[in-house]
Design a protein around this ligand. Structure first.
Ligand code: ATP
Ligand code: MG
Length: 463
């Protein structure tokens, strides 16, 4: 993409309404615009990051054997009356009446709708296990929407639902979700720690939240710092193998990690003092096992292998896709702007032309652009007639991990400059070497399982 042809409405001033870095930077970098309280338009660059995150979520869900679908945003109140949640949910639920006087609502979550789909089409244990998921907009009329996309009223969520004949199979589904989530967040460059949590209005026995440590997080968390040493890496997991998934869950849930709702001082005190940590955290996902809470009242039953009619065991599993955009920025920025992890960056490499209109510089930039595209990468070429300082400031603000700077002086010696956004380190090299190095960095992410070009993603093949 050439910047002169893109829509990147960067703000010079720091917006006064934004209290935290991610909100400020998303507004300044022209990623979002508030439409009304807690409701945002996603401008092109924000939209691109949102879609990259979404693609990773899809790929990892499909890898785990879960099946994508799509349910509507508006739901009938009748289903929620069946489960008993229509009255329980309270003011966070946006209730709507259609022209025929029918009660509708903008879905805050989808347990009722999916249970209705299940009971209409599945009646035998032979069709189980089954996990269906979708990525769809949700609405919760939050009393205090704030921090931009982090606590919106309209937000984008992946929610998945497992259906199993018995407890053990449902716990395997729970574990499978935890394993797939660990890999999902790591591909986004995040350390998201699974923490034992409280189930709230979804209800249930077993639940973990995934938290990204950040001073601006809304949750208070307590953990053993040993958990920070764990990495998922490129493990080839057989998601059907119960023992393998259980072992990974055990590895990640053995070090103490809890939110304030389930925190236990006595257990915490048993951790060596230098490893005992308290911090703030951003909740980027949550998994639940809740047994027959919805299947019983709503009559989602199957015939088991003994011929008995039993309610299915269920769980639900969410990832805050739009909140993740903010959470990644909270975890990865500096005073100059965003620093995108390679896995979610909107463009792979910036190209800055220090002297637009100079024949040699223009030709070198065009050559770099073509070479990067040929490597399957997407460059953002700043081809505007702007001062070098302004171009650098924009690149730093929007946070592309790599930048190639091209100027007439360097070109006389046959070199351009490759700069790493995270470290600020620059290296002079030939244009060919710069392209090779950037391509090699992204390829190594790919082979490590951390990055896959969207065009080749399993989601697109699956569709
Ligand atoms: P919170 O405690 O932050 O209000 P929640 O526990 O009610 O969230 P879940 O029902 O677990 O939310 O939803 C799954 C995920 O959706 C959360 O882990 C979070 O990442 C995201 N999410 C929830 N509410 C919002 C919101 N208002 N804005 C943006 N993302 C949200
Ligand atoms: Mg939650």
């Amino acid at each position: 993409m050439r910047l002169s042809r893109y829509f990147l409405p960067v703000l010079k001033e720091t917006p006064s309404e934004a209290q935290i870095a991610s909100h400020r930077l998303m507004l300044r970098a022209g990623m979002i615009k508030q439409a009304s309280a807690g409701i945002y338009s996603w401008l092109p660059m924000g939209f691109k990051v949102l879609k990259k995150i979404e693609a990773i979520v899809h790929e990892e869900q499909i890898r785990a054997g879960h099946i994508p679908m799509l349910m509507p945003t508006l739901q009938s109140a009748d289903l929620w009356r069946e489960s008993g949640r229509y009255d329980d949910y309270g003011e966070e639920m946006l209730r709507i009446t259609d022209r025929h006087g029918r009660d509708m609502l903008y879905g805050p979550t989808n347990e009722e709708l999916i249970t209705d789909i299940f009971r209409s089409h599945v009646g035998s244990y032979k069709d189980l296990p089954l996990t269906l998921y979708h990525i769809q907009w949700k609405f919760r009329d939050e009393i205090r929407p704030r921090f931009g996309v982090m606590r919106g009223r309209e937000f984008y969520m992946k929610d998945g639902y497992n259906f199993d004949t018995d407890y053990n199979s449902a716990i395997h589904a729970y574990n499978r979700h935890m394993v797939s989530y660990l890999r999902t967040y790591e591909r986004m460059g995040l350390k998201a720690i699974p923490m034992r949590a409280d189930s709230g209005p979804i209800g249930g026995d077993d639940t973990h939240e995934f938290l990204v440590l950040a001073d601006t997080g809304e949750s208070e968390v307590f953990y053993d710092s040993a958990i920070l040493d764990l990495t998922f890496g490129d493990r080839q997991v057989n998601f059907d193998d119960r023992a393998e998934c259980t072992a990974i869950v055990k590895e990640w849930t053995t070090p103490y990690a809890r939110t304030d709702e389930t925190h236990d001082e006595a257990l915490f005190a048993q951790i060596p003092e230098d490893r005992r940590k308290t911090s703030r955290g951003i909740e980027v996902g949550q998994i639940f096992y809740f047994g027959t809470k919805y299947s019983e009242p709503m009559g989602a039953v199957v015939t088991n292998d003994k011929g008995e009619r039993v309610p299915v065991h269920m769980g639900s599993h969410g990832i805050g896709v739009s909140r993740l955009v903010g959470a990644i920025i909270e975890a990865s920025h500096d005073e100059n702007g965003i620093i995108w992890p390679e896995g979610v960056t909107p463009f792979h490499c910036g190209i800055v032309n220090l002297k637009q209109g100079d024949t040699a510089a223009d030709a070198a930039c065009a050559g770099l652009y073509k070479a990067l595209v040929e490597k399957g990468l997407e460059p953002l070429y700043d081809d505007r007639e702007e001062r070098a300082g302004a171009k650098f400031a924009t690149m730093d603000l929007i946070g592309l991990p790599w930048r190639i700077t091209v100027g007439p002086r360097g070109l006389k010696n046959g070199v351009v400059e490759l700069t790493c956004r995270r470290t600020g380190e620059s290296e002079e090299m030939t244009p060919e070497a710069a392209v090779a190095k950037v391509a090699e960095i992204y390829a190594s992410h790919h082979t490590a399982g951390h990055w896959e070009p969207m065009a080749k993603s399993s989601f697109h093949t699956w569709l």
